[in-house]
Design a protein around this ligand. Structure first.
Ligand code: SF4
Length: 352
């Protein structure tokens, strides 16, 4: 999109029950609250961005998102472009299918923008996005250090700011922030080790969905990483070998796939391998899995992920929730007991 001078914004807020109710009038209430709230957002058009949308692009990794695109096209008359994603991303057939899908997606964008995609245009766009990905990875690694001057929550909000900002301006801000962090002395006001280091995994936390974050932080947990698609994961492991559409397709297909894509052999699932890598890198002591109700892909994978990580020695807590505030106290009680358990383990291991 950048290469075709289309202004991309990444839509989707969470945590707003009213938008979920509105969306539920148009799409089945058996869809996750994120999907329902985005349908509500697109139908209401009361925020700063939705009235300005000329084209809604969606990918079909999660079939609920595919359905969302159909629903808003039908009811609210959005022009849509949907990128098909293969279910088998390791087979040659899957690769050919995705290359073909991306070519026809690009053709649709070319028609929409009135421009032709060339290597000259694609190359600087790839370079810009590579730099943004590197900067965000740096910030994630930085916040997980002892004595950091930035928290995970602040980095997560910085990621979300990038959903809306002009990409070149965003990179400039990221680079300025990193330069400033490098000049700052360590934050010695913080004593490492006193707070359990918690890693968040699961379906997603969208901008505005702060219920779990608030609870963990209020109870003294230190969140030090995530593998959400609204967080770190969508910026990891994308290598594009050449400024061509096929190379872009191959680069995206080779990264760790979204968990909504089926992968039946959990023992060799690259998502789990990457999760273990991140837990080591961020020195996590515990994992909280956040799954939105009716998010079937992640709900089904939570149990097996728990078994694997328990075997690796990580305490694991599953939270299934929606945007309603009615379960705050129940979640608080469970998180409190969980953090207590982690503190006890740390004490026994001499971690404090
Ligand atoms: S992956 Fe889960 S949370 Fe994300 S849109 Fe699909 S159903 Fe909703």
């Amino acid at each position: 999109m950048l290469a075709l001078e289309i202004i991309p914004i990444r839509l989707g807020t969470g945590g707003d029950e009213q938008l979920v109710d509105i969306g539920g009038r148009y799409i089945s209430t058996k869809n996750c609250v994120f999907v329902r709230s985005v349908v509500g957002l697109l139908g209401e058009k009361k925020d700063a961005y939705t009235p300005l949308i000329d084209l809604l692009a969606a990918d079909a990794s999660c079939l609920q998102i595919f359905r969302l695109a159909e629903v808003v096209k039908y009811y609210f008359k959005y022009e849509t472009a949907v990128l098909g994603v293969p279910r088998s991303f390791t087979a040659p057939e899957g690769r050919n299918y995705f290359r073909q899908e991306l070519r026809s997606f690009v053709e649709q964008l070319e028609k929409f923008s009135g421009q032709k995609l060339t290597a000259d245009k694609l190359s600087p766009a790839i370079d810009l996005l590579n730099k943004i990905r590197s900067a965000l990875q740096y910030l994630y690694e930085y916040q997980a250090r002892d004595y950091a001057n930035l928290t995970w929550r602040e980095v997560f909000e910085i990621v979300h700011a990038g959903f809306y900002l002009d990409r070149a301006g965003y990179l400039k801000l990221l680079q300025e922030l990193i330069a400033e962090l490098k000049t700052l002395p360590d934050n010695k006001g913080k004593i490492p080790g006193l707070q359990p280091r918690v890693f968040l995994t699961g379906s997603q936390l969208s901008p505005g969905d702060v219920k779990l974050i608030n609870i963990v932080e209020d109870l003294g947990g230190k969140i030090i990483g995530d593998d959400f698609w609204t967080g770190l994961s969508s910026y990891l492991d994308i290598e594009i070998a050449a400024p061509t559409v096929d190379a872009v397709a191959d680069g995206y297909l080779a990264r760790v796939p979204h968990a909504a894509l089926p992968y039946l052999d959990i023992g060799t699932d690259s998502r789990i391998k990457k999760l273990k890598e991140l837990l080591q890198k961020f020195r996590a002591q515990a994992v909280i899995d956040h799954t939105l109700r009716y998010c079937d892909p992640y709900t089904f994978k939570a149990g097996e992920t728990k078994d694997i990580l328990n075997n690796e020695g990580f305490p694991f807590l599953e939270i299934h929730t929606e945007y309603a505030s009615s379960d705050i106290e129940a979640i608080r009680t469970r998180v409190e007991a969980f953090l207590e358990l982690v503190r006890t383990r740390n004490d026994v291991a001499g971690g404090i």
